[in-house]
Design a protein around this ligand. Sequence first.
Ligand code: 6GU
Length: 231
Amino acid sequence: MRLDVVTIFPDYMAPLHLSLVGKAISSGLVELGVHDLRTWTHDRHHTTDDTPYGGGAGMVMKPEPWGEALDALRDMDPAPMTVVVPTPAGTPFTQELAYELATRDRLMFACGRYEGIDQRVLDHMADEYELVEVSLGDYVLNGGEVATLAIIEAIVRLIPGVIGNPDSLLEESHSAGHENLLEYPNYTKPPTWRGRDVPEVLLSGNHGVIAAWRRERALERTRERRPDLLP
Ligand code: 6GU
């Protein structure tokens, strides 16, 4: 899979070279390009924003640099490109969408700042590419960069070969085969820590009883924290 990120803060993407995503890049499973949007400006101040038509607070990202960025990335690689735009006005980013995007050959992440990108750029993206506008939740970040880090991590860990033991994907919260419950609590050694014991049942060796206990804890936790996930 090839990933391209366009941003006015390319340094924000440095953590992608760490840990699991970093390994996916160094092993060649993922190719990453990080691009400064200002590459595609032509004025002395490398301007990427301007005041909004119709008035109002804040600035809007100008269309021309984005148009040139899209053309340049398209010409770098012939594979059809899916464009992901992180925005609080997007559709919710879910595990299901992460699985779907993990099947794409080529993703481009367009990081907006300020009040967003001129709508004509998004209309152009929708016409020329596959466009996905996604939100991480009901709160506002200063720009798409931090959201892009989260979305890339969620996608890359689902690419076959990236995670050593793929069974670990089956048991986690929000995974498909998991009837959409939050994950049960986990414990490891020692059996007693600061006066707190590991639940007895987990030491029993009875796998049927352990599975039933874990499902009960998962249900309890989901009812408490995320009742919206239950049927
Ligand atoms: Cl995806 N982007 C931005 N800028 N803010 C957000 C978000 C995304 N999701 C929640 N807030």
